[in-house]
Design a protein around this ligand. Sequence first.
Ligand SMILES: [Zn+2]
Length: 454
Amino acid sequence: MKKLLLQNINYLVTMDEKRRELEGFSLLIEDGVITRVEKDIQAQPEWEVIDAGEYWVFPGLVNTHHHFYQVLTRSWENVQQAELFPWLKNLYPVWARLTPRGVVASTRIALAELLKSGCTTASDHHYVFPRGQDSGLIDYQIETAREMGVRFHPSRGSMSLGEDEGGLPPREIVQKESEILEDSLRLINSYHDPSPYSMCQIVLAPCSPFSVTPELLRETAVLARQYGVRCHTHLAETRDEDDFCQKELGMRPLEFMEKMGWTGGDVWYAHGIHFQDEELEVLARTGTGVAHCPVSNQKLSSGVARIPEMLEKDIPVGLAVDGSASNDGSNMLVEMKSALLLHKLYWGIDSMSARKVLEMATLGGARLLGRPDLGSIAPGQAGDLFMVDRRRVGYAGAQSDPVTALLTCGDSFQSDLTIVAGKILVREGKLVKFAEEDLHREAEKESRTMLEKG
Ligand SMILES: [Zn+2]
């Protein structure tokens, strides 16, 4: 049985039921699961031991919305002044050149950035399946996440409503409903592991009301519930989406999704910005969740989500970096800082705190993904956490409150050690199993090919 002991932790933020923050405690992980959090744990000779006397320790962060493949089109000059719809229309033809090699290279980079910023569980929403291309793109992602050791919730995204039928995406990247549903079922049967401490759970995720047909939404929800997997999609991201739904469907986005069977504790939406008062009540009543993406929402000028009100109403809210082309990074620590500052600015000084944001990024994310075994540090919880060296230059003068310091200070926004299922995947701020320069080279090559072909 493999055991890892963190000894004499300077400051341990547990996010447990009592939200305890402990000084001078030790923590034992056995076979990937936390078994003891105590004042003194005597190390045994065969255990791996980390002296945590100079470290702040936090539960592993949970990222609840991403599009890894967009790593290859980050900071692309042609879309820097575009809001969502024109941004998408410019990028679709480039994304139509996505290959399996591109998927592997971008998945590696996104997961590397997430791990290096304290994220231990990643969700991805992959919805681009170019015509004529290998359709097993999510299989490559799953294999890559397994290699890297990250807990992974891949979403089988989809687009079925092409431009010629009134949708937004071009024909070359939309698929037939039957093909999508068949592949969704294949992925569930091949990879979905519902057991506690699972490393892979499949999610079904038609892309948005403006890129899929009502039939696909309805049938996807039925399939998901038949197999006990979660449902995810983009919703209430922009005013353009409101207009599209009113014009094409004759109702507002949430009303439409409700009619399609897309509300409930097993559903979470990315963004959730433009909800009206009565729509927040629907979310609260049905337990439907929201993945909050503050950096992307600012960058695309989409709007400010009503997160403080959602938290008051106990609507499940998690944090997310969103796709790499609208962020344009995958750094969860930066995302937390952005969430804190955005809400303070927009809703008022008392509307948000560092601890509320950390809760969103840990327990909140775990709730969206249906993972009671994640998001906190306590006996019986998965052995997922990250550690920050309090001696870094950026934390000088900020030792009185490590939680606030994590979000507001720091000169790097990097984790020093990231541990998933008891395995050390980042040490001294660097990936343990991969040479970062190799990952960079590989992704650069794929990115150039994709951008230059056009
Ligand atoms: Zn997105």
